[in-house]
Design a protein. Structure first.
Length: 156
C-alpha cells in the first residue's frame, strides 16, 4: 500500500505542468478563442507568495498573472483554485514543522473578495489572520468578504 502524499509533496509534484491547451468546444464558448495555461502547483504558490502584508490576491488575479506569464488567453480556473488550496495546506503543514516563512495563503481570496471555506481552519481562521493584518471582513449572504478588497490587490 502506498503512503499518502503530504501537502508539500503534492505542491512539489508538477505532473508535467504547466501545459498550454487550445480552447475548443465548450471551453472556447466560455473563454473565447485562444489558449489556456494549466499551471503547475508551484507556479500558483509562487504568485501567492507575492502578496505582502497589506496586499491581497484573488484566484482571478492569479489567473491573469499566469496568462501573462505564458502568453495565453486565460489560465484554468479549476486547477488554479485547487493548487491554491494545496499551497494553503502545504503552508500550514510547513508551519507545524517549525518553518517561519510560509506562503501567506490567507491573503488569497476567491472572486469578488470572498473568503475560502476550504482553506485550513475554515473561514474562522482566514478571518482571524486577515483581521490581524487590519482588513475588515463582513458577511454577504452566507459568504464572508473583505471590505474594499480591490484597493489591496497585487497589481498585475
Amino acid at each position: 500500500m502506498s503512503k499518502k502524499k503530504t501537502w508539500t509533496e503534492k505542491l512539489n509534484d508538477s505532473k508535467d505542468l504547466p501545459k498550454i491547451v487550445k480552447l475548443e468546444g465548450k471551453m472556447a464558448k466560455k473563454f473565447g478563442e485562444g489558449t489556456m495555461v494549466i499551471p503547475s502547483p508551484k507556479e500558483v504558490d509562487e504568485i501567492m507568495r507575492k502578496a505582502k502584508k497589506g496586499q491581497l490576491l484573488t484566484i482571478n488575479v492569479i489567473r491573469e498573472i499566469l496568462a501573462q506569464k505564458h502568453g495565453t488567453t486565460t489560465a484554468c480556473p479549476i486547477t488554479t483554485g485547487i493548487f491554491a488550496w494545496i499551497a494553503a495546506h502545504a503552508a500550514e503543514e510547513q508551519k507545524s514543522q517549525g518553518k517561519k516563512r510560509i506562503t501567506p495563503w490567507w491573503r488569497t481570496l476567491k472572486g469578488k473578495g470572498e473568503l475560502n471555506p476550504k482553506y485550513p481552519g475554515g473561514i474562522e481562521k482566514q478571518i482571524e489572520l486577515l483581521e490581524n493584518e487590519g482588513f475588515t471582513i463582513y458577511p454577504k449572504g452566507k459568504k464572508f468578504v473583505v471590505a474594499d478588497f480591490e484597493k489591496y490587490l497585487v497589481k498585475t
